[in-house]
Structure formats: structure tokens, C-alpha cells
Design a protein around this ligand. Structure first.
Ligand SMILES: Nc1ncnc2c1ncn2[C@@H]1O[C@H](COP(=O)(O)OP(=O)(O)OP(=O)(O)O)[C@@H](O)[C@H]1O
Ligand SMILES: Nc1nc2c(ncn2[C@@H]2O[C@H](COP(=O)(O)O)[C@@H](O)[C@H]2O)c(=O)[nH]1
Length: 205
């Protein structure tokens, strides 16, 4: 049996740069898998179904919740977002690391169900910079931006639930910090001890 992969939960307020930092990490790292989320939000121009998100109706999403097929889900600013369970479990069973990019309510559910996951919170240098990033991205109305900023304050208050806080001042630096955290997590004694115990138990001398 391969050692189980690492489940990395990557959160932070909308617009902080999670997607941007994740893309930078994935440029240099091809051992990770990415969990494509499901949402009922409207598809933005350029977004691809099955790559950026699985875009579904509320009815379809609620049916999957009923069938127990979501690892976690949350309502965020009027839409459902969630993580399909099967792909995550399959990937971990294959011994590969998997990256979830999700908001805080969902992350707290994962913490209950998969306590050995690694929880990383990406922070903005300050709230004004966060607002500028949301405005600069140009994907949301002023009303949606105001709602997302209000959510951001709640989310930052819950940062203490995470294992690591990484500031996204510069994309390259933030990506390097997250990579270092993941590397270090691979060397945790509780992850490798089982292999060494077996080696010692099975040896003839
Ligand atoms: N370090 C940075 N410095 C300046 N701008 C940044 C930085 N990181 C990301 N951005 C910009 O901020 C905007 C938001 O980034 P991104 O879409 O990656 O955020 P997100 O956290 O994934 O948002 P959401 O949670 O809503 O999906 C983008 O326009 C991106 O180019
Ligand atoms: N709980 C979950 N949150 C998710 C998931 N996928 C994305 N998200 C978060 O939702 C907000 C808004 O995203 P946007 O694409 O509309 O800007 C953001 O914080 C995402 O990280 C998920 O599967 N579960």
C-alpha cells in the first residue's frame, strides 16, 4: 500500500490570490492533483466547465449533497460551492497529494472529517490591497465585491483554525512559502513512522 497522499486545504478571502498562487505552485510541481470544485455560481467568461469548476444547478447540487457525495460544501454569497468526495479519496489512496481551494466554512468541515489534512490560510498584506485586487480582477459587481469584503473580515477572524498563515505580498514568494510548508509536512514523524516501524519489525537482524 502506498503512503497516503497529503490533503492540502488552501483558503483565504476571495480575491487574496489563491488561484494565482496555486497556478504558480503547479507550474513547478507536477506531483500534486487539484480538486475541481462544484458550484452553482454563474460561469464567468473564460471559465471552463470541468476545469475551473463543475457548474451545476442548485437542484443538481442539492441532489449530490443528499447522496452524500460532497466532502464539504458551503453557501457563499448566494451560491453553493463544494468538493466532490470521490476524487479526493481516490487521489489520497493512490498516495498523491491533493490541493483544495475552498472558503473557511468548508475548510472547517474538512477539519472535522480529515483532521490530518494541512490547513493553509493565505492573507492579503492589508484589506485595502484586498479590495483593490477584487476590483482589479473585474469579475464582480460593486455589490458582490462589498459582500465578499464583508465575508473576508469573518474569514480572517477564523484564521486561528488553520495551521499556517502565508501572506501573499508577491506571488512568487507566497508560492515558495506554501511549497516549503508542504515539503515540511512530508517529513513529519507521524507520517513516516509507520514505514520505519514495519521495516524494523520485518528485519532479520
Ligand atoms: N501578490 C499579488 N499581487 C498583486 N495582485 C495579485 C497578487 N496575487 C493575486 N493578484 C491579483 O488579484 C486578483 C485576485 O486573484 P485570484 O483570482 O487568484 O484570487 P482568489 O483568492 O483565487 O479569488 P477567489 O477566491 O474569488 O477565486 C487577480 O486579478 C490577481 O491577478
Ligand atoms: N467551501 C468551498 N468553497 C469553495 C469551493 N470552491 C471555491 N470556493 C470558494 O468560494 C469563494 C468564491 O469563489 P469564486 O470562484 O466565486 O470567486 C472563494 O473563497 C473560493 O475559494 C469549494 O469547493 N468549497
Amino acid at each position: 500500500m502506498p503512503e497516503r497522499g497529503l490533503l492540502i486545504v488552501f483558503s483565504g478571502p476571495s480575491g487574496v490570490g489563491k488561484g494565482t498562487v496555486r497556478a504558480k505552485i503547479f507550474e513547478q510541481e507536477n506531483n500534486f492533483k487539484y480538486s475541481v470544485s462544484m458550484t452553482t455560481r454563474k460561469q464567468r467568461p473564460g471559465e471552463v466547465d470541468g476545469k475551473d469548476y463543475y457548474f451545476r444547478t442548485r437542484e443538481e447540487f442539492e441532489e449530490l449533497i443528499r447522496k452524500g457525495e460532497m466532502l464539504e460544501y458551503a453557501e457563499y454569497v448566494g451560491n453553493y460551492y463544494g468538493t466532490p468526495l470521490t476524487y479526493v479519496n481516490q487521489t489520497l489512496d493512490e498516495g498523491k497529494d491533493i490541493f483544495l481551494e475552498i472558503e473557511v466554512q468548508g475548510a472547517l468541515q474538512v477539519k472535522q472529517k480529515k483532521p490530518d489534512a494541512v490547513f493553509v490560510f493565505l492573507t492579503p498584506p492589508d484589506l485595502e490591497e484586498l479590495r483593490e485586487r477584487l476590483v482589479g480582477r473585474g469579475t464582480d459587481s460593486n455589490e458582490v465585491i462589498a459582500n465578499r469584503l464583508a465575508k473576508a473580515k469573518e474569514e480572517i477572524r477564523l484564521m486561528s483554525e488553520y495551521d499556517y498563515a502565508v501572506v501573499n505580498d508577491e506571488v512568487e514568494l507566497a508560492a515558495e512559502r506554501v511549497r516549503m510548508i508542504i515539503d515540511a509536512e512530508h517529513f513529519r514523524v507521524d507520517r513516516v513512522i509507520g514505514r520505519y516501524r514495519k521495516m524494523v519489525d520485518d528485519s532479520d537482524f
